[in-house]
Design a protein around this ligand. Structure first.
Ligand SMILES: Cc1ncc(COP(=O)(O)O)c(C=O)c1O
Length: 392
């Protein structure tokens, strides 16, 4: 479902405008740019869209997570609880801060199981980071409640769900901060890009400094003459990406309705077959990038996959997804029991993820493109029906 499928003259014009004006840096040349700041415009539009006080555009979703964690002071000796079902960037951002990722199991919603999270809390836990995966929300109330009970901030890896909502509120705006990714695989894409949203003024200021070497950004001070408020790194978004982001936000609702319409057609088409769709905590706010079904067992999922392949529309099995499941990350497993930031990491061996395995090994999915034709929808429905007939 990459947003590039909807690219047209609007993106070409937006990028050419930046190139023609030769203003690719978001902060420099105040006098020459005649008041045009595309990244700032994008931040304002994004914050408005999700209902957050602040949005900071950054270079990608990974850096959004890293900057968010750094700004709240996560460092050596700290533990951050996150999901075993996520993209590896989530744990890399935590490790990048010198902190220890602690992986909680998911339940059938594919979001973190609050009971598993509760079991992982220790005096060193400094954040709980749910990850909203494959288009839908994690159930937020129990996690926010845990956060309140133990005085631990909840932060959201909402990189996969820009535009998604839970009970009418934008995903990414439930915790202290939330992140979005606009990488080339996302339906809202700027090529590479990301953002952090927060209502916390002080935190936002720290993020803003940190993402640009600690520089103070003021329109009355030219780049190079500004003060530094501390150390940071460079995670700036360029004006080219900002311009693309503005167009992507304009197209977001069209993209969402395309994805939702495809999902609706497929779910309607398989009604009565006995197939169980993933229980989605936010049916009205699901961005519908993925269509997931839960089968009775891992064996059933494998047979189901084979039958759908014979129909020319093979489903994926989430448990076999090497990108999004910690069971497959050998580079992380090797850190089991090793020192991270001076503290000892827990075991990340696949056996520690038995509950997650029990769900993901029987979860099958399609990830439709934005421009899925009715013919393809019919083919998907046919394959799913054949699979259901064979295994249920
Ligand atoms: C859950 C999750 N977190 C973080 C990221 C990282 O985003 P990016 O690729 O923009 O660095 C992704 C990207 O796929 C993701 O799916």
């Amino acid at each position: 479902m990459p947003g590039t499928e909807l690219f047209d003259q609007m993106e070409i014009d937006a990028v050419c405008d930046v190139l023609r004006r030769k203003m690719v840096h978001r902060y420099s040349s105040h006098a020459a740019r005649a008041g045009v700041y595309r990244v700032s415009e994008f931040e304002t539009a994004l914050a408005k869209r999700v209902g957050s006080r602040h949005a900071l555009a950054v270079s990608n979703g990974t850096s959004a997570l890293f900057v968010g964690l750094k700004a709240m002071g996560i460092g050596p000796g700290d533990e951050v609880i996150t999901s075993a079902f996520t993209f590896i960037a989530t744990v890399e951002a935590i490790i990048g801060c010198g902190a220890i990722p602690v992986l909680a199991d998911v339940d059938e919603t594919l979001g973190m199981d609050p009971a598993s999270v509760a079991r992982k809390i220790t005096p060193r836990t400094k954040a709980i980071m749910p990850v909203h995966m494959f288009g839908a929300a994690t159930r937020m109330e129990p996690l926010l409640e845990l956060g309140r009970t133990y005085g631990i901030p909840v932060v959201e890896d909402s990189c996969e769900v820009t535009g998604g909502t839970y009970k009418g509120k934008a995903l990414g705006t439930f915790g202290l901060w939330g992140t979005y990714s606009f990488d080339p695989n996302k339906y809202v894409t700027t090529g590479e890009g990301g953002a952090i949203v927060t209502d916390d003024e002080e935190l936002y200021t720290k993020m803003e400094y940190y993402h640009d070497h600690g520089h103070v950004h003021r329109l009355d001070i030219e780049r190079g003459a500004e003060d530094k408020c501390g150390l940071g790194l460079n995670f700036r978004m360029s004006e080219i990406e900002g311009a693309l982001g503005l167009v992507a936000l304009k197209k977001m609702d069209t993209a969402l309705s395309l994805l939702r319409s495809t999902k609706r057609k497929v779910l309607d088409g398989v009604a009565g077959t006995g197939l169980t769709p993933r229980p989605v905590p936010n049916p009205e706010g699901d961005i519908a990038t993925h269509i997931v079904f839960l089968l009775p067992s891992a064996e059933a999922a494998k047979r189901f996959q084979a039958v759908t392949a014979e129909c020319g529309m093979p489903v994926g099995i989430i448990g076999e997804n090497t990108w999004h499941y910690a069971k497959h990350w050998k580079a992380l497993h090797m850190l089991s029991g090793q020192s991270i930031g001076g503290s000892t990491a827990p075991s990340y061996a696949p056996e520690t993820m038995a509950q997650t395995e029990a769900v993901l090994s029987r979860a099958v999915f399609y990830c439709p493109s934005l421009l899925t034709s009715d013919e393809t929808v019919a083919k998907m429905i046919g394959a799913l029906k054949a699979g259901a007939k064979a295994v249920l």
